[in-house]
Design a protein around this ligand. Structure first.
Ligand SMILES: [Zn+2]
Ligand SMILES: [Zn+2]
Length: 644
C-alpha cells in the first residue's frame, strides 16, 4: 500500500508500497540515511528495514535525540548479554533496559562477576561490535517463543506473563537475533552491532528479579554508550566529578551523617555537625513558613489503619507503606507514609467557617515509606524521612492568590539555598480521572496563571496529574547540571471529599474547601543530600556547620586563639580552635579539607596588635593583620542567613 508521510517540517510526501524507513531517509539525503538509527511513524518506533505500512507523521531518529540514544543503549544491552552468554555458557539472562545515560543487563550466574570477568566481557563486547553483526527482527508465536527460550527461565516467565492484548497482531511475540544470539524484545534496534560508536561497561551490582527481594538475586552489569568517543569521555568526566561530590562519601568525610548497617536500609543517623546543618535547614523552613502565614502543627508517627482507609492511602499507596502493627485487642496501626490525613483531622477538630480560611498548616513530619532495597540510595531515596509538608484549605475565590503565594514561596526557598537554575512541570488531568472536570479546569488555569506571573520556565505535561488533582513540580539544576525534583504544589479535590470536609460560607450555606499539598524541600534528608552534592560539601557560610577555624601558629598563641574564638562565638559564629599538635600547614590543610568557610591564623604580631590573619575557602592566600573586630564584622556579614 502506498503511504503518505508527513515530515517534521510539515511537508507530505507519497511513497510507494513496501518503502522502508531507510529508503525514506535516503530519499531525504544520504547524510541523514547514514545517521539514521530508526524511524518514528506516528507513535511507533520502527527498525530502519521495516516496511512502512501506514500513512502518518514520520521522523528519522538519529543519535542526536534521546530516543536515538535509548535505541543505541538498548542495542548495547543486547551485545552485553550476548558477550556474557558467550563467556558463561551456564548463565541465563533476565532483562536489559536503557536507563538514563546508559543501560544494564541482569544475569543469573553461579558467582558474582569479578573485575577480571568484566574485562573479559568488555573485550568480547568489542569483538561483537567489530564483527558488525546485523540485528534481525523475528516474529514468532507464543509457543515458538517458549521453545526458543526454553533454557532461559526469566524469558519464559516474561513470555507467559504477556497479556494477549499486548501481543503484536494478537498472538505474535518478537525477538531480535544477531548471529546465534537471540533476545526477546520489542525493538527497535540499531541496524547492526557496528553502529555502536562508543561503549563502556561500568560496574556490577546485585539486583533482584523484578526488583523484589523475595525473588532470586541476580547480578547486574551497568554500562554506558554514546554517539561518539568524545561524548563518552565527557560522560566519564561527569561521573568522576559526581563521585567526588557523592553525598555518602562527603557525609562521612565531613562527619555529617551515616547509614549504620545495624539501623536498617534507607535509614540515617545525623552526627553533631550534620545536626547543625539540618537544624539550619529546618529553621529556615520554619522561618519562611511563618513569613508566608503558615501555622506549625505536630502529629504522631502512627495512626489507626482506618484513617489510611478513609484517606485512600491503603487503596493507592499500600505498596509503599510498612505492614500493620497489631497489639492485643487494639485495632491495627500503621506507620505514616504522609502527613496529610493528620492535618485534615486538625481541620475537622471543630466546625469551620469562611472566616477560618485560608487555613495553612505546616509540619516537619517524619514519614516512612517502604522503598525496594535496590532503589534506596543514600539520602536521596530513603525509607525514613522528614517532610516539610504543608496543607492549605481555602475557598475557590482564594485559590488563585494561594497558588501564586505557594509558588512564590517555593521559588524563594530554592533561591535561598543557592539554586538559581530551575524549571517547573505543570501536570494536568489524566484521562482516567474520575468525577467532575469543573475543578480541574479551574485549578489548572490557576496553576498556569501562577506559573506565568512567576516568570520561570515551565513545560506542561498533559495527563500527568495525580488522579486527585493537577500539580506543579519544581526541578532544580545542580552545579554539574543534574536535574533534581524538589518542591511540589499539588491540588487535591479527593481528600476533602473522602473526609467530608466543609465550611460555612458567608451566606450561611456549606461548601467543600480546596486543599493544597505543598512540599518545599520535599524530604529534608534528600534536599540536604542534593545540597551536599551541589556544593561538594563547601556550603555557603550560613549553612556551614563550622564557619571559622582558628589556628594558633604556636602553643604560645593558644590563649589568644581561644579569645578570638570566644569573641566570634559571641557574635553568633560557629567557631573551632585547632589546638592539635599538627604543624601550622597541616592545621590549615585540615580546615580546608573539612571545607570550613574561613580560617583564622594567629601569631606573635596578632597577639600584640589584636589582629588576625584571615583566609576564605577557595581563595588563595590570606590577609594578614586584620583587626579582630573588623574580621568579626566581615565574617558575621558573610554568615548572614538569607533575608537577614
Ligand atoms: Zn532489544
Ligand atoms: Zn499532603
Amino acid at each position: 500500500m502506498p503511504v503518505d508521510l508527513q515530515y517534521p517540517d510539515g511537508t507530505v510526501v507519497a511513497h510507494p508500497d513496501g518503502v522502508t524507513g531507510l529508503d525514506v531517509a535516503r530519499s531525504i539525503g544520504p547524510g541523514l540515511a547514514k545517521a539514521a538509527v530508526a524511524v518514528r511513524l506516528n507513535d511507533s518506533l520502527l527498525d530502519l528495514d521495516r516496511p512502512l505500512e501506514s500513512s502518518g507523521e514520520f521522523a528519522v531518529i538519529t543519535l542526536d535525540s534521546s530516543e536515538g540514544l535509548d535505541i543505541l543503549r538498548h542495542s548495547a544491552a543486547h551485545v552485553l548479554a550476548q558477550a556474557v552468554l558467550d563467556i558463561f555458557p551456564d548463565a541465563t539472562f533476565a532483562i536489559g533496559p536503557p536507563i538514563e545515560d546508559g543501560f544494564y543487563y541482569d544475569f543469573a550466574v553461579e558467582e558474582p562477576f569479578t573485575p577480571e570477568d568484566l574485562e573479559r566481557i568488555s573485550a568480547r563486547v568489542d569483538e561483537i561490535i567489530a564483527a558488525d553483526q546485523l540485528f534481525q527482527r523475528e516474529v514468532m508465536t507464543v509457543d515458538e517463543a517458549l521453545s526458543v527460550f526454553a533454557n532461559h527461565r526469566f524469558k519464559v516467565e516474561i513470555i507467559e506473563s504477556v497479556e494477549p492484548s499486548e501481543l503484536d497482531g494478537g498472538e505474535a511475540v518478537t525477538a531480535y537475533r544477531n548471529l546465534d544470539f537471540i533476545d526477546l524484545c520489542r525493538g527497535p534496534h540499531l541496524p547492526s552491532t557496528g553502529r555502536i560508536p562508543a561503549i563502556k561497561l561500568l560496574r556490577t551490582s546485585g539486583a533482584y528479579w523484578r526488583g523484589d527481594e523475595a525473588n532470586e538475586q541476580l547480578q547486574r552489569i551497568y554500562g554506558t554508550a554514546w554517539a561518539s568517543q568524545s561524548d563518552l569521555d565527557a560522560y566519564m568526566d561527569r561521573l568522576e566529578e559526581a563521585a567526588k561530590r557523592d553525598h555518602r562519601k562527603l557525609g562521612s568525610e565531613l562527619d555529617l551523617y551515616s547509614f549504620p548497617e545495624d539501623l536498617g536500609i534507607g535509614l540515617s543517623v545525623w552526627h553533631p555537625k550534620g545536626g547543625v546543618l539540618r537544624s539550619l535547614v529546618e529553621e529556615h523552613s520554619r522561618r519562611l513558613h511563618a513569613k508566608y502565614g503558615f501555622d506549625y502543627v505536630y502529629s504522631p508517627h502512627l495512626a489507626k489503619a482506618g484513617l489510611w482507609e478513609t484517606s485512600g492511602h491503603l487503596d493507592f499507596f499500600a505498596e509503599n507503606m510498612y505492614p500493620p502493627m497489631q497489639i492485643a485487642e487494639d485495632p491495627e496501626y500503621r506507620v505514616k507514609p504522609m502527613n496529610c490525613p493528620f492535618h485534615v483531622l486538625i481541620y475537622q477538630s471543630r466546625g469551620r467557617s469562611y472566616r477560618d480560611l485560608p487555613m495553612r498548616l505546616a509540619e516537619l513530619g517524619g514519614v516512612y515509606r517502604y522503598e525496594k532495597s535496590g532503589q534506596v540510595h543514600g539520602l536521596l531515596r530513603v525509607r525514613g524521612m522528614t517532610q516539610d509538608d504543608s496543607h492549605t484549605f481555602c475557598t475557590e475565590e482564594q485559590l488563585q492568590d494561594e497558588l501564586a503565594m505557594h509558588l512564590q514561596f517555593v521559588l524563594n526557598w530554592v533561591r535561598d539555598f543557592g539554586f538559581e537554575d530551575f524549571e517547573a512541570d505543570l501536570s494536568t488531568r489524566p484521562e482516567k480521572a474520575i468525577g467532575d472536570p469543573g475543578p480541574w479546569r479551574v485549578t489548572e488555569a490557576a496553576l498556569e496563571q501562577a506559573l506565568q506571573t512567576s516568570d520561570i520556565p515551565y513545560t506542561t505535561a498533559p495527563g500527568e496529574g495525580a488522579f486527585y488533582g493537577p500539580k506543579i513540580d519544581v526541578h532544580i539544576r545542580d552545579a554539574i547540571g543534574r536535574r533534581w525534583q524538589c518542591s511540589t504544589i499539588q491540588l487535591d479535590f479527593q481528600t476533602p471529599d473522602r473526609f467530608g470536609l466543609e465550611y460555612v460560607t458567608s451566606d450561611n450555606t456549606t461548601d467543600v474547601p480546596y486543599m493544597i499539598h505543598c512540599a518545599k524541600a520535599g524530604s529534608i534528608e534528600r534536599f540536604i543530600g542534593v545540597m551536599v552534592e551541589h556544593y561538594a560539601g563547601a556550603f555557603p557560610m550560613w549553612l556551614a556547620p563550622v564557619q571559622v577555624t582558628v589556628v594558633p601558629v604556636a602553643d604560645r598563641h593558644l590563649d589568644y586563639a581561644r579569645e578570638v574564638a570566644a569573641t566570634l562565638g559571641e557574635a553568633g559564629l560557629r567557631v573551632e580552635v585547632d589546638d592539635s599538635n599538627d604543624s601550622l600547614g597541616d592545621k590549615v590543610r585540615t580546615a580546608i579539607t573539612h571545607k570550613h568557610p574561613a580560617v583564622i591564623v594567629v601569631g606573635d604580631a596578632d597577639v600584640e596588635g589584636r589582629t588576625v590573619g584571615l583566609r576564605f575557602y577557595g581563595e588563595d592566600g590570606d590577609t594578614r593583620g586584620v583587626p579582630l573586630d573588623e574580621a568579626g564584622k566581615s565574617l558575621v556579614e558573610k554568615a548572614a542567613k538569607p533575608g537577614e
